[in-house]
Design a protein around this ligand. Structure first.
Ligand SMILES: [Zn+2]
Length: 438
């Protein structure tokens, strides 16, 4: 057991060094030739100081991301091999007799410990966002959100874990299938209530305040056949200086949300481009495609997790202090296995997402026909969010659900729209053709 812990720590240290070397040495290359001098070239729209700041900030964030993920795995492993999970289970059984109560108590110990252990890295991440003026949150505001996160996931976890372990006891072999069958309606339900139950715990959502702009947006929404009451503004400016907009929810609760920072810092034409991009997600039903592929992936994920865990418990049950999978104490093993699988599949899900984002950009530029507004919107997004215009390869495949800014701007700039002169020629031809017919 001690040997495991030492190897894991050693492996983690080596990984952290390797990723540090990659991010700060190997991958800190310049901009590819094709972007140089185009609107995608950061030296065209950022000052030298802004470029340096964006570079520094993104590299810190990337490094924190890559060390946080395996840190979580290390925490779960240590909780198992040092017998903490077994102790939590014993304590919970010593406190109450009914199993729902035991699950709630066990989970409280586990969630609280993992929250405490993850806290330093979380705080460091917040600290840098604050130093680089991306986050506008005071410490109490930030802490309040951390605590909401904690309680929301704690309550959801009690229900999920209680049902899951009941299924494990009931169906010795096929519990993963039973679990997945219940997971489907649960996921759909969560997607439905997310915008009206979960999101308002953090922020206020309301119709757009700028009525002139709202009228323009609703005209655009009308073109895309989106009902007017599905467009919302959210007060994010007290929290962050970054700009964003997104599509969320399903059915009646489906909505497009614009951060007020986006409305404050972009001019109307730029907002309309961003809005057209979000409408594309709405119209092309990317949320439903997302839920569908997530559930298909979860099917194989549940199966693989079950097989993998059964094997681990059979072979290393003693070191992990688990005799049977259906013991509550095996939960950190499940969380470890799931977290590893989610990480391993993230390049795949990010690639799908980047593809949809490209589609949405194309839809938006076709709809608005305004390249200047699109390009300046992206440039402002990059500046305000201190985002990397061209991230290193590993960062792109593991972190980027959107194409890199250089790519997005370049695609818009070279997008084959009929330019104004081209259009005139087309129109003249149309006229002359009609004349001929006459
Ligand atoms: Zn998008």
């Amino acid at each position: 057991m001690k040997r495991w812990a030492v190897y894991a720590l050693l492996g983690y240290g080596l990984f952290a060094l390797a990723i540090y070397y990659y991010l700060y040495g190997l991958a800190s290359g310049g901009l590819p030739e094709i972007y140089k001098g185009t609107s995608a070239d950061p030296s065209v729209f950022l000052s030298g100081a802004e470029q340096a700041l964006a570079q520094k900030y993104s590299t810190i964030k990337n490094f924190l991301f890559f060390i946080s993920v395996p840190f979580e795995w290390l925490v779960y492993l240590f909780i198992l091999v040092f017998g903490l999970s077994r102790k939590f289970e014993e304590w919970s059984k010593g406190t109450v007799r009914f199993s729902f109560g035991q699950t709630a108590i066990y989970l409280f110990y586990l969630s609280f410990l993992t929250f405490l252990l993850a806290f330093p890295l979380q705080y460091i991440s917040y600290h840098y966002s604050r130093v680089y003026k991306i986050s506008a949150q005071t410490f109490p505001q930030w802490m309040k959100n951390e605590l909401i996160d904690f309680w929301v996931s704690y309550v959801i976890m009690i229900v999920l874990v209680f049902v899951l372990y009941a299924l494990m006891k009931r169906f010795k072999k096929k519990w993963w299938l039973a679990a997945w069958t219940l997971f489907v309606p649960f996921t759909i339900f969560m997607m439905y209530v997310q915008p009206v139950v979960i999101d308002p715990l953090y922020n206020d959502f309301y119709p757009l305040k700028d009525k002139k702009l709202e009228a323009k947006i609703l005209t655009l929404a009308d073109q895309a056949n989106i009902p007017a009451d599905h467009v919302y503004e959210v007060n994010k400016s007290q929290e962050t200086n970054a700009l964003n907009a997104y599509v969320t929810g399903i059915g009646e609760n489906a909505r497009i949300v614009l951060w007020d920072t986006t409305l404050n810092k972009l001019d109307d034409d730029e907002v309309l481009f961003v809005m057209a991009h979000e409408m594309a997600h709405y119209v092309k039903k990317h949320i439903y495609i997302g839920i569908g592929s997530y559930l298909v992936l979860a099917f194989f994920g549940f199966w693989l997790a079950a097989k993998w865990m059964e094997k681990l418990v059979r072979k290393h049950g003693e070191e992990l202090q688990i005799q049977e999978l259906s013991q509550l104490r095996s939960l950190p093993l499940l969380l470890l296995v799931l977290s590893m699988m989610v990480f391993a599949s993230s390049p795949f899900s990010n690639a799908i997402s980047r593809f949809e984002e490209k589609q949405a950009d194309a839809y938006a530029i076709e709809m608005t026909q305004n390249k200047e507004a699109a390009i300046s919107a992206f440039q402002k997004l990059a500046r305000e969010g201190l985002s990397e215009v061209k991230p290193p390869w590993l960062v792109k495949i593991f972190r980027y659900s959107h194409p890199a800014m250089a790519e997005r701007i370049y695609t818009i700039e070279t997008y084959p729209l009929p330019d104004k002169q081209g259009k005139k020629i087309e129109e003249n031809r149309g006229v002359s053709a009609q004349k001929n017919r006459n």
